[in-house]
Design a protein around this ligand. Structure first.
Ligand SMILES: NC(=O)C1=CN([C@@H]2O[C@H](COP(=O)(O)OP(=O)(O)OC[C@H]3O[C@@H](n4cnc5c(N)ncnc54)[C@H](OP(=O)(O)O)[C@@H]3O)[C@@H](O)[C@H]2O)C=CC1
Ligand SMILES: O=C(O)CCC(=O)C(=O)O
Ligand SMILES: [Mg+2]
Length: 736
């Protein structure tokens, strides 16, 4: 049986699916391929946690758990669209919407005390943050811009803001007392378990995590971010931003690093509003208003406090006297500090670099910024890029080379798997990782509140990653650079393993380097300016950062990336693009019935998925679908049928129509399977003859607000009607 699972997710990609999926289903059916959907949206995942509170009709299966199992099966073939990784404010908003739709969900307990509340909180915590990707990503990642996409970008370059050598924009980072500098690393000698325990100087003993399963040969690391020095660092940078007259901005990953980074975000807010917390901190804490959830959440909770108006005035005063903040939405007064998931480092730093090193100020104008990235593990790559832009000007999309990525991601590798092993030190003392025999594997001195975490990286994942790097280097002839720093504990361990595992392959004629992240980016940037390509072979965090940074510079958006995850057990996970769920695109659709989402990532993923299916199930027609879709996508790029930015021209829906047209034409023209060609000949004719009518039907409704029945859980009938306004197109597809 040939089966592809197409995921239903959130926001813009979910909306795009209402339009694109009917096309995929119709075409795939002709090759005997079933396209099934699974709902892994934030709303769907919330509902799946509460079967006991839903009626029989409301029952929602745990599709994510099912797909997690499928990702470990050889026949797994999953197309994964970007989904919301929810911060607490987003989670609460989704809960409120679902309740308004008649689902009897409990409140999110901020401070759970009873057993019942603790149970509810544990269920919500399972859907919080990056809860999807680590489950499905049972393989390493291969993200790149296909040649056709790169050629398109060179022919139709996006706008790049100019850089000036006197830009005051820079990145600042701690360098001491942070995760990078405190890190310790070791290799586990045999299968078993370890525990994480706190030993207080006062003799107290707390088991933080009784048992973590470990495998022979896996790399484990532990590290700590010292909150005292963090606070001093933040205060100093706020003063520096004010003195230099630049915007203060902070770039974290509070979604994926869902335990550590909201705490750091909370420290930024405390440091910024030092006086307010000094005076009213106890009132805020008593009301459950936690800076880790963002300034917005605090401000919206103030009305319930007797002295709320007074506290609000104090926050306003703080904003007036503090350094000017980078804004997310200057019209609405939303700052960088309002919502922990608004500014996410992987996307925010490249967007800034693309915009001349600017962010937006409260005046709605662009300004230079001090970009604060507290941990020094990876901050240096952005500073190096900025230095390069200051010295050499903006990068030129018409001539620049490309930097694809091979990322160590399988089995929740490295920091991205650390959230269930991240703790705030309950006192002053030591946190130790203990082997089952009681011996200490890793240990850190900690002070109250320090953020301590442990990471795991499985040996099988590392071996597969090295193999994938060699495969890609061989396939492309480009140099492959392992971004590893011998002066960092985890990387030093990995360097030893990489050198050993490279010995298993024929590397004759390949250029394989091991460079620190800063050296590696300097090497890659120098080459990219000469038009040369360099494969980046990185850990999980740099995978995330680089697959936004380079695509955004090269292609204008990471939506245009091919993003393949060859699963360790033989299946395939095909991610669409490398970016997010573009919440602002939903606002535009609701306000003016225009969806700017570019589904190119979906087109690329779909072709790769058909190709995988053709090989794994020996389905010749699936191969024809893959090949013709590839050619149709090339035409799509050539004809420049991506959505434009505003009302009056084709948007996401129109782009799907053109893809369907070119794909049907390719299927009709191929000669490998004449009955398939005959099936598609009449569709191709109908779509081509109907071009004027169809595009008119797609454009006519634009320019007015529409109702899709929900943000987190749209109404299928309403959203489908909005996303499929062309009767002519719908009839042609139905007739296939
Ligand atoms: N794989 C996944 O599931 C991922 C999920 N996320 C989640 O997505 C949400 C939003 O994250 P955020 O960091 O704001 O990143 P987004 O990528 O959603 O938004 C940043 C910007 O990228 C551009 N963009 C992204 N995708 C497309 C596309 N297909 N077509 C056109 N433009 C696109 C737009 O920029 P412009 O205006 O410049 O055109 C958009 O405003 C969060 O919940 C986050 O956790 C984030 C990354 C990956
Ligand atoms: O899972 C997430 O929260 C984001 C993932 C992401 O940004 C990426 O994989 O590039
Ligand atoms: Mg990312």
């Amino acid at each position: 049986m040939s089966k592809i699972i197409y995921t239903l997710t959130d926001e813009a990609p979910r909306l795009a699916t209402y339009s694109f999926l009917p096309i995929i289903e119709a075409y795939a059916a002709k090759a005997g391929v079933d396209v099934e959907t699974r709902d892994i949206s934030l709303a769907g995942r919330i509902l799946a946690q509460f079967p006991d509170r839903l009626t029989a009709e409301q029952f929602t299966p745990d599709a994510l758990a099912e797909l997690g199992e499928l990702a470990e099966e050889p026949e797994g073939n999953i197309i994964k669209l970007p989904n919301i990784s929810a911060s607490v404010p987003q989670l609460k908003a989704a809960i409120a919407e679902l309740r308004s739709q008649g689902f009897d969900l409990p409140d999110y307990p901020d401070e759970p005390s009873t057993d019942d509340e603790k149970d509810v909180r544990a269920r919500y915590d399972r859907v919080k943050g990056s809860a999807v990707n680590p489950v499905l990503r049972q393989g390493n990642s291969d993200r790149r811009a296909p040649a056709s996409v790169k050629a398109y970008a060179k022919k139709h370059p996006h706008r790049m803001g100019a850089w000036s050598s006197d830009s005051k924009t820079e990145v600042v980072t701690m360098g001491v007392d942070d995760f990078r500098s405190s890190e310790k690393s070791t290799i586990v000698p045999s299968d078993g378990t370890v525990s994480i325990e706190f030993f207080g100087d006062d003799g107290t003993h707390t088991v933080l995590r009784p048992s973590v399963a470990v495998k022979e040969g896996e790399v484990i690391d532990a590290t700590a971010m010292r909150v005292g020095p963090l606070r001093e660092f933040l205060k100093a940078q706020m003063a520096a931003a004010q003195e230099k007259g630049v915007l203060f901005s902070v770039h974290l990953k509070a979604t994926m690093m869902k335990v550590s980074d909201p705490i750091i975000f909370g420290h930024v807010i405390r440091a910024y509003f030092d006086d307010v917390f000094e005076k009213y901190g106890a009132d805020l804490a008593a009301a459950g208003l936690n800076p880790n959830d963002g300034l917005g959440a605090i401000l919206s909770g103030l009305d319930a406090l007797p002295n709320g108006a007074e506290i609000r005035a104090a926050f306003d005063e703080g904003l007036k006297t503090g350094p000017e903040l980078a804004m997310v939405d200057s019209d609405k007064g939303i700052t960088n500090l309002h919502v922990p998931s608004d500014v996410i480092v992987d996307a925010s730093m490249p967007a800034m670099i693309r915009t001349s090193g600017h962010m937006w100020g409260a005046d709605g104008q662009e300004h230079d910024t001090l970009a604060v990235i507290p941990d020094s593990s990876y901050a240096g790559i952005y500073q190096a890029t900025i230095a390069d832009c200051k010295a050499n000007g903006a990068f030129d999309p018409t001539t620049m080379g490309t930097v694809p990525n091979v990322g160590l991601m399988a089995q929740a590798a490295e920091e991205y798997g650390s959230h269930d092993k991240t703790f705030q030190a309950p006192g002053t003392g030591e946190i130790r990782v203990l082997a089952a025999d009681g011996s200490t594997l890793l240990e850190h001195q900690v002070q109250t509140g320090d953020i301590w975490r442990m990471c795991q990286t499985k040996d099988a994942a590392i071996r597969d990653w090295v193999k994938l790097a060699v495969t890609r280097a061989r396939a492309t002839g480009a140099p492959a650079v392992f971004w590893l720093d011998e002066t960092r504990a985890h990387d030093a361990t990995l360097i030893g393993l990489v050198k050993q595992y490279l010995g298993d392959y024929d590397t004759d004629g390949l250029t394989l380097e091991i460079l620190s992240p800063v050296e590696a980016i300097e090497y890659s940037l120098e080459r990219i300016r000469r038009g040369e390509d360099t494969i980046s072979v990185t850990g999980n965090v740099l995978r995330d950062y680089l697959t936004d940074l380079f695509p955004i510079m090269e292609l204008g958006t990471s939506a245009k990336m091919l993003s393949i995850v060859p699963l360790l057990n033989g299946g395939g996970l095909f991610e669409t693009g490398a970016g997010g769920s573009a919440p602002k695109h939903v606002q535009q659709l609701v306000n003016e019935d225009y969806l700017r989402w570019d589904s190119l990532g979906e087109f690329l993923a779909l072709a790769a998925s058909f190709e995988h299916l053709a090989v794994s199930t020996d389905n010749a027609r699936a191969q024809i679908l893959a090949d013709t879709l590839d050619r149709a996508t090339a035409t799509f790029l050539d004809e420049n049928k991506s959505p434009s930015r505003s009302v009056g021209s084709i948007d996401n829906r129109g782009s799907h129509y053109y893809l369907a047209l070119y794909w049907a034409q390719e299927l009709a023209a191929q000669s490998a399977d004449s009955s398939l060609a005959a099936d598609f000949a009449s569709l191709a004719a109908a779509l081509s003859d109907g071009e004027e009518t169809i595009t008119a039907e797609l454009i006519a409704p634009q320019g007015h607000p529409v109702d899709i029945g929900g943000y987190y859980r749209p109404d299928d009938a309403k959203a489908s009607a909005v996303m499929r306004p062309s009767a002519t197109l719908n009839e042609a597809l139905a007739a296939l």
